[in-house]
Design a protein around this ligand. Structure first.
Ligand SMILES: [Zn+2]
Length: 100
């Protein structure tokens, strides 16, 4: 799965609005919005998974983060995806397998 175009565009607008047009480390103009989400697991195991059986830790939360990476120096920054879509808009779109 990957972020919807609306989420990717929203992040790009957010970066420009906050003056992040270039990498704060190497100052190259190469900040890319990665199309794959980063899952940040807070407070325990995210999914029961063999050999760990049983219910998920009730204190566990999973945040979906949007990753921005400088393709020049590798600097990374994460934004909470909650800011870039509403409940009525699907945040993800399916990736189709390449046809053979
Ligand atoms: Zn950089």
């Amino acid at each position: 799965m990957k972020w919807s175009e609306q989420v990717r565009d929203g992040v790009a607008v957010h970066l420009r609005a906050h003056g992040l047009a270039e990498c704060p480390v190497c100052h190259a103009d190469t900040l890319d919005v990665c199309d794959k989400p980063v899952l940040m697991v807070l407070g325990g195991a995210a999914w029961p998974n063999p050999p760990h059986m049983g219910p998920m830790d009730p204190d566990t939360a999973v945040d979906f983060m949007v990753r921005i990476e400088c393709s020049e120096c590798g600097y990374n920054v994460l934004f909470s995806s909650d800011r870039f879509y509403g409940a009525e808009i699907p945040a993800f779109e399916a990736e189709l397998a390449p046809s053979v």
